[in-house]
Design a protein around this ligand. Structure first.
Ligand code: SAM
Length: 764
């Protein structure tokens, strides 16, 4: 166990109280828990976590907060944003510890030239210095640093120091430069000093603008056999030794590419593998790969980092690195347009993961090997699930302890090409199959998407010639009914329109009324259509609403447009939603699509007359977003209320008591290695517990015959003239019309979907 005098107060090393083996077990469990709710990842094995050979003094990059009293440290464990001064921090690399010790003294008694820069920021008083960002660099061949700083590998250890200043209190440029000069003379380890300007109220530590005050603008930094060029604020893995292991792992995987793939045109020689390194930062991975005789194209959105990558490659005699500035999805699409081919794609995105558009584009490249390096197990799991539909699969995850003593874990997944994962079949009979649609795939083929749910279904044994019964938007997940022939399609479409209920689980912005019905015309192609959407709020999660939503009528984007019209747009809805909220949920909680899932279908079977209930569970990505936003309490609450679905189908013939056994659904012929689905119940589940009339959630009263009261028929538009008194099953009070006032229902927007990501410089 690591002893630290700050451990009780400082929030920097939350696992410090555990022995190291237990820390590694906790980190592995974190990765396992991220994949567990994705059926497509069921066979994915998580290896033991690769331990760090150094778990103290390892941290080569640190962003430390400066308190109003001049302390330099991190927020405390109490969670109330008190800064804990940590002069004896155990994890800072010795060079960074040395610099912070000197800085503490300088903040207390600043030299006159640097007083204006070193005055700690106080939100209620004066001061400008909010934080410092320290980056250790192992510089090969430099002589500007004292010889005593030399490592066993012959590099001298320097520091790039950034002062993070409150923009509206910053002294003049000249004063800053003078302060920089004065301070560098007092900090022998520091090879360069910069000022970063923090915008008022921005949650990130670093602001968008950085200016060099004194010393070098960047420095060479060795990891393993190669070096890259580090600049102020650019990304670096905090643990040099573990970063070097990741590079070695990637290099080894690419070196083990099938020889047959790499035979050159003459048919005799092995050619060099062509590798695309996405989210390349300053080129640490690209340069390691170039050094290992790969031909590398690197893509990075932060232009200065790209320039550094090019110059480092050239200086090491690795030739001209093809390093491109831009958004990963855009650049991959332009590579596709030029018909470029790669043997391997490496991706090491920021915490929010790879964007859906980039995943599509990467899959289209069709490289035999993809290597995904992730610092966030939840977004990794979300993306691997999508990749499984796009034709890439992975058999194991390799977690690496990149930030010892914290809860963070880096994970590497090696993906190989495979047929797209088969969809999970929840119900099937001679007429239809009902399957789960994943997010980011269209129901039927569309030119802008690589595959479709239909295409995946057609690969199921015994399935051919499917017809769509209910449509779902590409970003929406949930149950989809496909008919096996035209007669069945007509029967089931009619049954759905007359006796069917589609029940969605939706997260909407803000707190809606507890229940309501939104009856507003929807304009499409110049015409108005009547439509009504009823909702009931099941829970409030971190200021937003989890709703059970039932659309009467099935106009395109009905739920999204109606909820937007009452001022509570669907979270993650890029068309009708609230951009800043969506952006926040994507960055923080990994939500990269509309939070809409078709969780339950109730329908009278058009041939047997049986009441059929088909349910699916909330998919892993939505579950993870919800859990991240609210902790596990809301999930548990919804589970207790049977609101998160169960992956099952059951039916009940008219007049049968609720508990009567039912004819089992036709057994499913799975074939292949597709994981088996959960058991199909052959009888009705026990009735759910009864809830007090005013209980928050109307439970998914699965088996209760009452819950299946036929909804009113909405076949003719005139039936909307008077909103029908919708008597929910079981005599629940009729929902009142409780619309929040808004101006209009947004027009239907059916332009092809693209997900844009702001291009930002990012860090860990
Ligand atoms: C986790 S870092 C990886 C850096 C690098 N692979 C390394 O090991 O040092 C992620 C990088 O992705 C870049 N980035 C973020 N969004 C991007 C986007 N949409 N397209 C391309 N690069 C992006 C960030 O600027 C950052 O340098």
């Amino acid at each position: 166990m690591i002893e630290c005098v700050h451990a009780e107060q400082c929030g920097g090393c939350p696992l410090i109280g555990m022995d190291y083996a237990q820390q590694l077990t906790t980190k592995r469990a974190r990765v396992v828990s991220a994949i567990v709710h994705y059926p497509a990842l069921e066979l994915l094995y998580t290896r033991q976590v690769v331990p760090g050979d150094q778990i103290v003094g390892y941290r080569g990059r640190a962003k430390l907060i400066v308190s109003p009293t001049g302390g330099i440290g991190l927020y405390g464990r109490s969670g109330n944003h008190d800064v804990i001064d940590i002069p004896n921090c155990r994890v800072l690399a010795p060079a960074l510890a040395e610099v912070t010790t000197i800085l503490r003294g300088l903040i207390t008694s600043p030299p006159p030239e640097a007083r204006g820069l070193l005055l700690p920021y106080d939100p209620h008083g004066g001061g400008v210095l909010r934080a410092i960002d320290l980056r250790e660099v192992h510089m090969p061949g430099t002589t500007s640093l004292p010889e005593t700083t030399t490592t066993a590998q012959g590099n001298r250890v320097g520091v790039l120091l950034t002062f993070v200043l409150q923009r509206d209190r910053v002294p003049s440029r000249e004063e800053l430069k003078e302060a920089g000069r004065a301070l560098r003379a007092l900090l022998p380890r520091v090879v360069g000093i910069a000022a970063n300007l923090h915008e008022a109220d921005a949650p990130q530590i670093l602001g968008p603008e950085t200016m060099v005050l004194d010393g070098v603008p960047h420095a060479e930094d060795r990891i393993g056999p190669t070096y890259h060029v580090a600049s102020f604020g650019s990304f670096v893995q905090v643990h040099r030794g573990q970063a070097s292991r990741v590079h070695a792992l990637i290099t080894r995987e690419i070196a083990s590419l099938d020889m047959q793939l790499l035979i050159d045109e003459t048919g005799t020689n092995r050619r060099q593998p062509k590798v695309l390194d996405l989210y390349g930062g300053s080129g640490a991975i690209s340069i390691a790969l170039s050094h290992a005789k790969n031909i590398v194209t690197m893509v990075e959105s932060f232009a200065p980092a790209v320039q550094n990558a090019r110059s480092a490659a050239e200086a090491q005699g690795l030739g001209k690195l093809d390093a491109r500035v831009g958004d990963a999805a855009d650049v991959v699409n332009s590579l596709l347009a030029n018909n470029e081919k790669f043997d391997a794609v490496v991706m090491n995105p920021p915490r929010r993961g790879v964007s859906p558009a980039a995943r599509e584009a990467i899959a289209r490249l069709g490289a035999p090997l993809c290597i995904y390096v992730s610092c966030d197990p939840d977004t990794l799991a979300r993306d691997l699930d999508h990749f499984s539909r796009l034709g890439y699969t992975s058999s194991e995850l390799i977690p690496i302890d990149m930030i010892p003593l914290t809860e963070e874990v880096e994970t590497v997944a090696v993906l190989k090409r495979a047929p797209p994962a088969q969809p999970r079949v929840i119900y099937e009979d001679d007429d239809v199959i009902v399957v789960e649609k994943g997010p980011h795939e269209p129901v039927e083929n569309q030119p802008e998407y690589l595959g479709s749910l239909m295409q995946r279904c057609l690969r199921l044994p015994g399935v051919s010639n499917l017809k769509v019964v209910n449509k779902l938007d590409t970003g929406t997940s949930g149950l989809c009914i496909f008919a096996r022939n035209e007669v069945a399609r007509q029967l089931w479409t009619t049954a759905l329109a007359t006796s069917g209920r589609l029940i969605y689980l939706v997260a909407a912005k803000g707190v809606t009324p507890t229940k309501g019905a939104i009856a507003r015309d929807l304009r499409e192609g110049g015409r108005s259509y009547m439509a009504r959407t009823r909702y009931r709020r099941l829970a409030v999660a971190s200021g937003h609403s989890i709703l059970r939503v039932i659309p009467d009528g099935h106009r395109p984007h009905q739920i999204r447009r109606h909820l937007a019209a009452i001022g509570h747009p669907v979270l993650g809805d890029e068309r009708y939603g609230h951009v800043p909220t969506n952006r926040y949920f994507e960055e923080k909680h990994g939500l990269d699509r509309s939070f809409v899932h078709l969780i339950r279908i109730e329908i009278v079977h058009p041939r047997t007359g049986a009441k059929l209930l088909i349910e699916s569970t909330l998919p892993g990505d939505l579950r993870a977003s919800l859990e991240r936003a609210t902790g596990s309490s809301v999930i548990k609450f919804l589970e207790q209320k049977h609101a998160l679905g169960e992956n099952r189908a059951s039916s009940m013939l008219p007049g049968e008591p609720a508990s009567a056994p039912l004819p089992p659904p036709r057994p499913l012929d799975r074939g292949g290695s597709q994981p088996a689905i959960g058991p199909m119940p052959t009888d009705l589940s026990p009735p759910p517990p009864s809830y007090p009339p005013d209980s928050l959630a109307e439970p998914m009263s699965y088996a209760s015959p009452d819950s299946f009261a036929s909804p009113p028929s909405y076949a003719s538009p005139t039936s909307y003239a008077q909103p029908p008194s919708y008597a929910p099953p079981g005599g629940l009070p009729s929902p009142t019309i409780t619309e929040a006032p808004t101006e209009h229902v947004p027009e239907l927007d059916e332009s092809p979907r693209t997900i844009r990501h702001a291009i930002v410089s990012d860090d860990d």
